[in-house]
Design a protein around this ligand. Structure first.
Ligand code: UD1
Ligand code: CA
Length: 502
């Protein structure tokens, strides 16, 4: 369902290099994190831009870094190790950043795509449209533009009477007449490397900000008489930048609407799109249902017919067909087909539930295999264990996996019945078909078919309450029960014995 992948790139769509401008401070974010590393929909701003240009299969991808460069470089190494970071020591403007990038690619010839690092809604299709328009017109430089309702703060596209692009003017440098223009510069450009290099050598910083604007390259090429074009994006959302947290939230909402729209069109039921959040990196099969308050993050996949939520977060989880996960938090868990989880379960990494398994209310699991049709229905901790098929783990069982130094493994066989409130002190194994008695502390292996009992025999101290808590409500209740029993000839005041199993 990922929405940024399009048809495979045709060979003529190849560009020689992609340059991402990502050195800016992002002052308006007011953050210790560089702007391009802020996230939405499962990727950083930079990650979305890189995904949008990935299908171009460019010869080289260069990312201009500066502000917070160590963090940006580390992130880049994770998301696209093939990309080359180039350092812009001082942020002297987008034109200066482009020049620094091209200096790092001295042998580069042919078409180069330059893109602002803060355009997270840019789509591969839109980039492909820019490439196609550029080729069709035979231009030296083509700028991606959009018609927007509110162009505030953005560069305006100045066209002549024939509709030819003449210049890009930043808002702060624009005349009133130019400010009225609603066609804006998206900050995505495709042009001939040599021509851009030449023009960059001539730009100045003679503007309101005293910066070297990449946008001036366009005017310089027009003055040279070079063919320059503008390609209007079909969806103006594609080009929206992200300069502060309010814009980040707005972009996140738009991106989520797109993801959910794609899912619903592919046959997924989304009960409440306003409270359902799905990363672009997730997949959901047809006839799955996402209840209100569902969040799917990371590499999560949900197979068809599964029901997720309400109020459930799945991170890097895999949910099988027709499984259900209700009011739960699952990290890196594999939930088999027809398995049921929740309400209020916490599944941690390494959890693998086989077909039809059940993990119920207030159960935490970690690094555990639960076999087919086995159940952990209530109030348990299950860590570092293998549970066979058809087993039942009684309420409030704890797999005691940690001795304060190391973690140890517990093995529970097929069709085992673990009694409620059993402590399974690892390393330990319970053989196939064995039982443990409720309240047992199991410290040594239980053979197949055995019943393990490990608890103090019960001792009833008759009359204790009447003697030690005279006059209390409990004593009165006991007296009443005793006289009633005597009256009915059924005197149960004496101890009735202890554990009948012993
Ligand atoms: C820029 C465009 C504007 C366009 C808008 C679209 C310029 C001069 N203006 O404005 O016409 O409408 O994008 O969102 O380019 N950067 C560097 N090094 C620098 C300065 C900037 O790498 O020294 C990078 C930034 O990280 C950013 C990009 O260049 O990714 C654009 O810079 P920014 O300051 O955000 O430009 P805008 O004012 O948004
Ligand atoms: Ca910007």
């Amino acid at each position: 369902m990922t929405q940024e992948r399009s048809a495979p790139t045709s060979p003529e769509a190849r560009v020689a290099a992609v340059v991402v401008l990502a050195a800016g401070q992002g002052t308006r974010m007011r953050s210790a994190t560089p702007k391009v590393l802020h996230t939405l929909g499962g990727r950083s701003l930079l990650g979305h831009v890189l995904a949008a240009v990935e299908p171009l299969d460019a010869g080289a991808t260069v990312v201009v870094v500066g502000a917070g460069r160590a963090m940006v470089e580390e992130h880049l190494a994770q998301v696209l190790p093939a990309a080359v970071p180039v350092v812009q020591e001082e942020q002297r403007g987008s034109g200066h950043a482009a020049a620094v990038a091209l200096d790092a690619l001295p042998d580069l010839e042919g078409p180069v795509l330059l893109v602002n690092g803060d355009a997270p809604l840019l789509r591969a299709d839109t980039v492909a449209g820019l490439v196609a328009a550029h080729r069709a017109a035979g231009s030296v430089l083509t700028v991606l533009t959009a018609e927007v309702d509110d162009p505030t703060g953005l560069g305006r596209i100045v066209r002549d009477a024939d509709g030819a692009v003449r210049a890009i003017v930043e808002e702060r440098d624009a005349t009133d007449e130019q400010r009225a223009i609603r066609e804006i510069n998206a900050g995505v450009y495709l042009g001939d490397a040599a021509a851009i290099r030449r023009a960059l050598g001539r730009i100045d910083a003679d503007n309101d900000q005293g910066e070297q604007y990449f946008t001036d390259v366009l005017g310089l090429l027009v003055d040279e008489g070079a063919p320059v074009g503008g390609h209007v994006a079909e969806d103006p959302d594609d080009v929206l930048g992200c300069n502060d947290r309010a814009e980040l939230a707005a972009r996140r909402r738009t991106l989520n609407d797109r993801v959910l729209g794609d899912l619903m069109r592919s046959g997924v039921t989304v009960i409440d799109p306003l409270t359902t959040w799905v990363d672009v990196t997730c997949s959901v099969g047809p006839d799955a249902v996402l209840e209100p308050g569902t969040q799917l993050r990371g590499t999560t996949s949900v197979a068809s017919g599964a029901v997720i939520g309400p109020d459930t977060t799945l991170v890097d989880a895999e949910v099988g067909e027709s499984a259900s996960v209700v009011r739960s938090h699952c990290l890196g868990a594999v939930i088999g087909p027809e398995a049921t989880v929740g309400p209020f379960s916490y599944l941690r990494p390494g959890t693998r539930l086989a077909r039809g398994a059940k993990v119920g209310a207030f159960v935490e699991t970690k690094n555990v295999e639960v076999g087919e049709d086995s159940k952990v229905p209530h109030l348990s901790y299950v860590g570092d264990a293998t549970i066979g098929r058809g087993a039942n783990i009684g309420a409030a069982t704890v797999f005691v996996n940690y001795d304060g130094v190391a973690k140890h493994h517990t093995t529970v066989g097929d069709h085992v019945r673990i009694g409620s409130d059993t402590m399974l002190v690892a390393p330990v194994s319970v053989g196939d078909g064995a039982y443990t008695a409720a309240g047992s502390v199991i410290t040594s292996d239980v053979p197949p078919g055995a019943m393990a009992v490990s608890r103090a025999p019960q001792r009833n101290v008759a009359g204790w309450v009447r003697r030690r808590r005279p006059g209390s409500a409990a004593a009165k209740a006991a007296d009443a029960a005793e006289s009633q029993a005597q009256a009915s000839g059924n005197d149960r005041s004496e101890p009735t014995g202890t554990d009948h199993d012993q």
